[in-house]
Design a protein around this ligand. Structure first.
Ligand code: PDD
Length: 280
């Protein structure tokens, strides 16, 4: 495998950044993840737009043009011979002697990695449906920024894994689900309404979420963009999550409570199908 680090490609096992990179010391950086189908980047522009927004919100300079970044992403995909998979881009504020305040005259660090994804495995999991758990959302007030400060998300995902589950849905102090540890959360409620939390709240505006919004309109499915509680999710007909890394993944249980009949529902199944069709 090969990784891109600050202008050069090197063997994945030998690719390094400095110990005083601010990404390492302060989680002072942002990232994006694209899915790759047949060697092509899905939703290239939308992820790039969100990257620029994240950079601007944390006041990190844009390291290179979107076109140049696109070349680096595609070259990393090519060098890793990724047909179907994921490409990861991280931009940090750069390397400087440790001081909380921004360093003067430091160039951002840029790293890119790519990995293969077994689409058949994901497809098999989606056909069966996955398990979910819930935990309080203990994150900060700017979850709209895609920062590398992901410790609460890591702890949430680990809580899921320790219970044999795929994803952890996090909930706010009102008991309303915010999002998954690395996904956006959706339900088809007991009245058959498709619901997902609005992005005015403190969550990430998922690129996959946005793509699904467009598909829903085309499918003639109505959306109720309104938060839902853990209890509503457990009583829902369907629960599913969306992300560049999962596409659309049905959850068939939450904290051990069976969702609907315990099988992936028709809406999640249909949305996964149409999402993959248009992305591929
Ligand atoms: N995660 N919410 C959170 C907290 C996320 O980390 C992600 C993506 C999403 C979905 O966003 P998108 O549809 O743009 O992938 C929602 C990526 C895949 C990750 O951290 O690996």
């Amino acid at each position: 495998r090969v990784a891109y680090v600050n202008g050069a490609y090197s063997a994945h096992g030998e690719a390094v950044v400095h110990i005083e990179d601010r990404g390492f010391q302060f989680a002072d950086g942002v990232y994006e993840v694209w899915s790759v189908f047949d060697g092509r980047l899905a939703d290239f522009e939308d992820h790039m737009t969100r990257l620029h927004r994240s950079l601007s919100e944390v006041k990190i300079d844009i390291p290179m043009s979107a076109a140049a970044l696109g070349v680096v992403l595609r070259e990393t995909i090519r060098r890793n011979r990724v047909r179907d998979g994921l490409v990861y881009l991280q931009v940090t504020r750069g390397t400087a002697s440790r001081d909380h305040a921004f360093p003067a005259d430091t160039a951002p660090s840029v790293i890119v990695t790519a990995k293969r994804l077994d689409l058949a495995k994901g497809q098999a999991m989606a056909a069966k449906g996955a398990a979910g758990v819930t935990r309080p959302d203990i994150r900060w007030g700017r979850c709209d920024i895609k920062t590398v400060g992901l410790l609460p998300n890591v702890l949430a995902k680990q809580a899921a894994r320790e219970r044999g589950a795929y994803e952890c849905l996090m909930y706010d102090e009102m008991g309303l689900i915010t999002e998954g540890s690395s996904t956006n959360a959706w339900i088809v409620d007991e009245d058959g309404r498709l619901r997902t939390r609005d992005t005015q709240a403190n969550i990430l505006r998922g690129v996959t979420r946005e793509a699904i919004l467009k598909l829903i309109a085309a499918e003639g499915i109505e959306l109720d963009e309104r938060p839902f509680s853990v209890e509503e999710a457990k009583r829902a007909r369907e629960v599913f999550v969306t992300a560049a890394s999962s596409f659309v993944m049905p959850l068939v249980s939450l904290d051990g409570v069976k969702i609907g009949d315990g099988k992936p529902g028709p809406i999640a199944t249909r949305l996964r199908e149409v999402y993959l069709d248009q992305a591929r």
